[in-house]
Design a protein around this ligand. Structure first.
Ligand code: SF4
Length: 453
C-alpha cells in the first residue's frame, strides 16, 4: 500500500505556482508519516515547489489544510477524486470549517490526527473510511516515534529543524484561530522526549513551532534547563510578557535561545484591550513597550515583531505610527498582518453580526480574494486603504535602507557574529517574499466550489 502526503501551496500570481523560497519543513506531515505502519510506503509531496504526480499510483492521499491553503487543497483533492483515489484531509482548517472541508474529501480528520491514525489506516485498508473522524485535541501522543525527517531531505527547506514542545495557548485573542482549535488550553510534551528528538537529528538550529512556548512559564524554564547541555541554538514564538520573569529570560539565553516571534500587535492600548490582549500590558499598565523592548535588548534576543492592523480602534495615522515605531526600535524582522477573520473566532463572529465580512464571508474560497488583502470593512478606513497600508508597512520595513539601518542594532543583531549572519541571511529573503506574495490568488483558479460534492 502507498500513501501520498501533500502540503499544498497558497496559490499563484501567474500561470506558475508560487514557490515559497523561505519554506520550512512540513513538520506535521513528518509526524503523521512516523505513525503510519512501516509496511506502507509513504511519499511526501510539497506543492510549494514540486509538481503533484496526479497520475502516479497511490492508494490514498492525505492533505494538510490551513485556511490559506484550503482552495488549493480542494483543487488537489478534486484531481485525485477524479482518479478514484481516497482523499483524507486534516489540519487546522478542518476544525474551523469541517462542514466545508467534508464536501471536498473522502474523510476529514478534525483535531489531532495522531489520536486516530491507526483506526483510520485500518478503515482505509478495509475500504470503510468514515466521512468524519472527530478525534479531539489532547497531549501530543506522537513523541515516542521519531518524526520522519528523511522525507524532508533534498527538498530545499531552510536549514532549521522544526520541533514542537507544546501546543496551544491559554490566552484568548479575539482573532486567533489557534485559540479556537485548542480551546484556550496548552499541552506540553514530556521534556526528555523532546531532548531525545533534538539529539536524534543533525541540525543545531531548532525552531520550536509552539503557538506560545512561554504559556506555562515553569515548564518553559524546565525545558530551557534541559536544553542547556545540548549546546544548540533555538528560536520560537512567545508572548511579550516573558520579559517580566528574569529567571526565564536568563534560562532562555543560557539554553541557546536566539530570538522570538512576538505578537506586539499594536502600540495602541485600546486596540490591545479590544483584541483581548491585555497580557501585553504589565499589570494593566501600558508604556509603549519601553520596558519590554529594553529587556529583549538586554538579553540580546532578536525579535520578529508581529503586528495586526485593521482593528476598530486603528486609523490611517495610528498604523503609520506603528511602522515608525517598529523602524525606530530596529527589530530584526517584523510582520504587519491585516487582521484576518478566521472562521469561528470572536473576530469573525463580530464582523459577521455587523455585516462587515467581504467576499461572502469565505475569503479563502473566493476567486476575487488576493493574499494580504483586507477581507472585511474596517471602521476607520476603506478595505482598500487597509490593504494599501499593510503593504506600505511591509515595504517600508523591508526597504534596502531600513534593512541596512536595522542591521547595526548593537544589542541584538550585532550582539554576536551568529546573530549578524542570521540577520543578513533572512532579511533579503523576507524582503523578496513581501513583494512576491502580495496579491497572490488562492489556488490555481480553475476550481469551482461544489463541483466535487
Ligand atoms: S497569545 Fe498568541 S497564540 Fe495565544 S491566543 Fe493570543 S494570538 Fe493566539
Amino acid at each position: 500500500m502507498k500513501i501520498t502526503l501533500i502540503k499544498p501551496t497558497i496559490g499563484t500570481k501567474s500561470r506558475n505556482l508560487y514557490v515559497d523560497e523561505g519554506r520550512m519543513e512540513p513538520l506535521q506531515l513528518g509526524v503523521i508519516a512516523a505513525l503510519i505502519p512501516s509496511d506502507i510506503d509513504v511519499v511526501l509531496v510539497d506543492d510549494r515547489m514540486e509538481q503533484i504526480p496526479f497520475d502516479d499510483h497511490t492508494d490514498a492521499v492525505m492533505i494538510t489544510v490551513e485556511t490559506f491553503t484550503a482552495k488549493r487543497a480542494y483543487e488537489i483533492s478534486a484531481q485525485y477524486r477524479l482518479r478514484n483515489v481516497p482523499v483524507i484531509m486534516g489540519g487546522m482548517h478542518v476544525k474551523l470549517s469541517h462542514d466545508e472541508v467534508m464536501k471536498h474529501c473522502t474523510s476529514a480528520v478534525m483535531g489531532d490526527a495522531e489520536n486516530i491514525l491507526q483506526e483510520l489506516i485500518e478503515d482505509l485498508k478495509a475500504n470503510k473510511l468514515k466521512k468524519l473522524y472527530d478525534c479531539g485535541v489532547a497531549d501530543p501522543p506522537q513523541h515516542k516515534l521519531p518524526t520522519r525527517r528523511d522525507l524532508f531531505e533534498g527538498k530545499g527547506y531552510l536549514p532549521i529543524a522544526l520541533v514542537q514542545f507544546s501546543r496551544g495557548c491559554i490566552h484568548g485573542c479575539s482573532y486567533c484561530a489557534g485559540s479556537v482549535y485548542f480551546n484556550k488550553k496548552h499541552y506540553c510534551r514530556v521534556i526528555d522526549e523532546v531532548v531525545a528528538e533534538i539529539k536524534s537529528q543533525k541540525r543545531k538550529l531548532i525552531f520550536f513551532v509552539d503557538d506560545n512556548i512561554v504559556a506555562d512559564v515553569e515548564r518553559a524554564k524546565a525545558l530551557c534547563r534541559a536544553l542547556i547541555p545540548l549546546k544548540i541554538n533555538w528560536v520560537s514564538q512567545g508572548t511579550v510578557n516573558m520579559v517580566y520573569d528574569d529567571e526565564l529570560m536568563r534560562l532562555i539565553v543560557e539554553s541557546g535561545g536566539m530570538g522570538f516571534v512576538i505578537g506586539f500587535e499594536s502600540i495602541n492600548p485600546d486596540s490591545l484591550s479590544l483584541m483581548n490582549k491585555d497580557i501585553n500590558k504589565e499589570q494593566g499598565v501600558f508604556n509603549q513597550y519601553k520596558k519590554e523592548v529594553a529587556t529583549l535588548r538586554k538579553y540580546g534576543l532578536q525579535t520578529w515583531a508581529a503586528f495586526t492592523v485593521g482593528h476598530d480602534t486603528d486609523t490611517v495615522d495610528s498604523i503609520k505610527q506603528t511602522i515608525e515605531w517598529a523602524l525606530k526600535n530596529k527589530f530584526t524582522f517584523a510582520a504587519f498582518n491585516i487582521l484576518m477573520p478566521y472562521p469561528q473566532t470572536e473576530l469573525y463572529k463580530q464582523l459577521e453580526a455587523e455585516d462587515r465580512l467581504l467576499f461572502g464571508g469565505k475569503w479563502w474560497l473566493n476567486d476575487d480574494y488576493r493574499f494580504n488583502h483586507a477581507a472585511f470593512t474596517p471602521k476607520n478606513m476603506t478595505a482598500d486603504e487597509l490593504t494599501a497600508l499593510s503593504f506600505y508597512c511591509r515595504k517600508r520595513f523591508n526597504s534596502p535602507l531600513s534593512v541596512l539601518r536595522r542591521a547595526f542594532e548593537p544589542k541584538t543583531n550585532m550582539r554576536t557574529l551568529r546573530k549578524f549572519i542570521t540577520y543578513w541571511l533572512y532579511n533579503p529573503l523576507f524582503r523578496k517574499e513581501v513583494h512576491k506574495k502580495q496579491g497572490l490568488k488562492f489556488g490555481l483558479n480553475h476550481f469551482k466550489e461544489g463541483k466535487n460534492k
